[in-house]
Design a protein around this ligand. Structure first.
Ligand code: HEC
Length: 140
């Protein structure tokens, strides 16, 4: 009888593990607060001269390189979340702090490709992307 009870308790415990946090939905906002807001702040404004503001972040989506940059930025690429959650997080970030949603939206596969190539020198690429963002009639 006691052995049976133990088996039953074990079975219930196993089922509860399967249904536990791994399956629970973690919202992108929650991931942002947990993994990003410490630097970029809850409102995305960052810190002057130190942490870039995420306001208007969709400007990087105008080029394929900029689209990849948003994932390859070290704080993004190295966030301790799965590719699926990072894709959901970045789709949320772009809408929350930018004007336009990524089109098409980031997928887990795309995010997996770019985060495997984190940037060694984000500063140089960032400056180049922002410079090429200037109006096209200006001399380059
Ligand atoms: C330890 C501080 C830190 C954390 C944590 C962090 N970032 Fe960043 N982030 C930076 C810095 C600094 C840059 C500028 C590029 C660089 O030097 O890495 C940056 C760049 C970015 C960029 C590119 C913006 C631009 O204007 O260049 C995006 C988008 C971004 N971070 C989003 C996130 C998201 C989303 C998270 C959470 C998953 C996150 N960051 C976590 C510090 C951080």
């Amino acid at each position: 009888m006691r052995a049976e009870l133990r088996r039953l308790l074990l079975a219930v415990w196993c089922v509860s593990l399967i249904g536990a946090p791994a399956v629970a939905e973690v919202s992108p906002r929650h991931d942002y607060v947990l993994h990003c807001s410490g630097c970029h702040r809850a409102d995305g404004t960052g810190a002057p001269d130190d942490i870039p503001s995420l306001i208007g972040i969709d400007r990087f989506l105008r080029s394929p390189e900029g689209r990849a940059y948003l994932i390859r930025a070290p704080g993004v690429a190295q966030a301790p979340v799965s590719d699926e959650r990072l894709a959901a997080l970045m789709n949320w970030v772009v809408v929350e702090f930018g004007a336009d949603a990524p089109s098409p939206g980031y997928t887990a596969v795309e995010v997996g490709v770019w985060r495997a190539r984190p940037l060694r020198d984000p500063t140089e690429l960032r400056a180049r992307l922002l410079a090429s963002d200037a109006p096209s009639d200006e001399p380059r």
